[in-house]
Design a protein. Structure first.
Length: 137
């Protein structure tokens, strides 16, 4: 897998958030750019799981949330594996991240992404070759 960028959950979630129009516009632009070259943007199974959970918390039925999540399976998807978990543990210790954020970073690294779009990490920080960009700043 050789993607150039990766998206974390909140970026995808804002694409469906009618209560945050400014962030929604940014998220929709990123998603549209990703769809213009779907092999260029990777996501992880964890991101898809978190997206599904958060969509259903916002009133979308599990069936509808499943359809939305399945749509993104056309992109490169990083599977949850023992190897990814080991990498996540290493990222957590190295960068002092929560395990969940470390797993997203590990998946981005595993996909070959050099850019991770996220509002949860330090904007502009380079995590050993994966640079975080907060698209909402």
């Amino acid at each position: 897998m050789s993607a150039h960028k990766s998206l974390e959950t909140n970026v995808l979630l804002y694409a469906y958030d009618l209560d945050a129009p400014a962030k929604r516009a940014v998220a929709l632009r990123l998603v549209e750019e990703a769809w213009s070259n779907p092999g260029n943007t990777a996501i992880s199974v964890q991101v898809l799981q978190e997206l599904h959970v958060n969509l259903t918390k916002r009133g979308i039925t599990p069936l509808q949330a499943g359809e939305i999540v399945r749509h993104y399976l056309a992109w490169p998807v990083v599977d949850n594996t023992v190897e990814l978990f080991e990498t996540g543990l290493t990222e957590q210790a190295r960068w002092q991240l929560s395990l969940w954020d470390a797993m997203i970073l590990a998946a981005a690294r595993c996909s070959g992404a050099s850019v991770l779009f996220s509002e949860d990490f330090s904007d502009g920080q380079d995590y050993g070759g994966v640079r975080v960009v907060n698209p909402f700043r």
